[in-house]
Design a protein around this ligand. Sequence first.
Ligand SMILES: CC(C)(COP(=O)(O)OP(=O)(O)OC[C@H]1O[C@@H](n2cnc3c(N)ncnc32)[C@H](O)[C@@H]1OP(=O)(O)O)[C@@H](O)C(=O)NCCC(=O)NCCS
Length: 133
Amino acid sequence: MALETRCFGPDDGLFNRRQLRHLLTSPHATWLVEGHFEGAACLLIASNGRSRWGRLYSLSVDPQFRQRGIARRLLEAAFAWLREQGVDVCRAEVKIDNLGARRLYAAFGFEEGPELPHYYGLGQTGLKLTLRL
Ligand SMILES: CC(C)(COP(=O)(O)OP(=O)(O)OC[C@H]1O[C@@H](n2cnc3c(N)ncnc32)[C@H](O)[C@@H]1OP(=O)(O)O)[C@@H](O)C(=O)NCCC(=O)NCCS
């Protein structure tokens, strides 16, 4: 929760304590953590009939540990784990004005679009992201 509030504001899709507790205990969610919570990524595996996909649900790196490649390492581990699970598509969302995160995802080959109006609250546009693993 401390990491979450250091990394996200109310207009960024901040999880509350209840949502985090649910995600930490859900059998559909897997967490990858670096160090003593310097950074964390949460992945979900979702399914629809016979198709399954991974969803990158949260990614956060403590401000004091940024720009050292922690997010990149978490994502590399995340995608390797999804491949091991036999999942070949990963989906995510990002706020349209989060240029740092968009650059990071683009470097992994995520394709952007379509836009998601009001996804993060009134006037806060999101973007859908898709990566073929
Ligand atoms: C986005 C975030 C996870 C990046 O974490 P990080 O550990 O600093 O990222 P890395 O050091 O692994 O950076 C890898 C690449 O991402 C891009 N990047 C990361 N932060 C960036 C920034 N602020 N501005 C521009 N590019 C950035 C760069 O391409 C960088 O590669 P480079 O250093 O070779 O240029 C972190 O800033 C964060 O937690 N932000 C708040 C929460 C958030 O926005 N999460 C994503 C929600 S979808």
